[in-house]
Write a protein that binds this ligand. Sequence first.
Ligand code: FES
Length: 172
Amino acid sequence: MREYKQIINLSDALMARINELLSRYPVDKKKSAMLPVLHAVQDAHDNWLSLELMDKVAEILEVKPIEVYEVATFYSMLNTKPVAKYMFEFCRTSCCALRKGEELMEYTCRKLGVKEGETTPDGMFSVVGVECLGACGYGPMLQLGDNYHEHLTKEKIDALIEDCKQGKVSMI
Ligand code: FES
């Protein structure tokens, strides 16, 4: 077990949100709320979960920290390291791959001057490949924040990057 444990306090607004989420589950089944609680905590903390935040979630859900780490590191939509403001998550599974999704991801990497998994020096953009996002009939596609961008082309990617630079892209 780690020897340090920083006490971290969540904002009143976030705690109210967490309590609302917990109210949807039986009192003795707090663990069932883990995914929505992790999303709420991540949303309130620059889209990533530090160890201290995950420990706090474990305390709230009355589970061992390792149980929270296991979930947070399994799902690609949960981030355990700082991430770019705009994270382009390209589906790289078969349907999208057959429709040149990987080529478009490489195109985006070249355009932004990063390799897959890297973040631009200004912290604005990162590009990652993820598994099927359930929009197989609309590929190639990517997820940006809570939104899907489908039937991608180079032109659509150019426009999306430009919109991000101009602050026109909503992440929720
Ligand atoms: S294969 Fe790309 S969304 Fe399913």
